[in-house]
Write a protein of this length. Structure first.
Length: 134
């Protein structure tokens, strides 16, 4: 699936999640919330994936920047995918509480390496919940 295949319900759920976050967090906290957390959480809640999961995981595991950066569109789709992947890993697999997820500053490179290791070892499967992602 890519962004051209979005169902209206996915888009609405994603955008409503942005509203939820802006109401749950203070204006200052929401304004300075890292973009990957903001978009990753909204993708996670809407149970949506911007890329076909196999394609996204393949790009993530190989970290082949030349493939990912073929087009600006691919870069954007991959950003949303990896943001959702990191969010799923932290909230569902690592069981990080929401407030800790929001408040913790993560080293994204280390986090991504940790996720790659967990995927390679079969300890983590994305998505960790059984979603009906088409």
């Amino acid at each position: 699936m890519d962004s051209n295949d979005n169902k209206l319900s996915d888009v609405i759920a994603h955008e409503l999640c942005h509203i939820y976050l802006s109401k749950k967090l203070s204006l200052l906290d929401y304004t300075f919330l890292e973009l990957w957390k903001n978009e990753g959480y909204c993708e996670y809640i809407s149970e949506h994936s911007t890329l076909d999961i196999e394609k996204g995981l393949s790009w993530f595991m190989t970290n082949n920047q030349a493939e990912i950066e073929k087009t600006d569109r691919d870069k954007i789709l991959f950003f949303y995918f990896t943001s959702r992947l990191k969010t799923d890993y932290l909230l569902d697999y690592k069981k990080v509480p929401f407030d800790d997820f929001i408040d913790t500053e993560y080293d994204e490179e280390l986090l991504e390496e940790e996720i790659r290791t967990a995927l390679n070892k079969g300890e983590y499967k994305f998505p960790s919940k059984e979603y009906d992602i088409q």
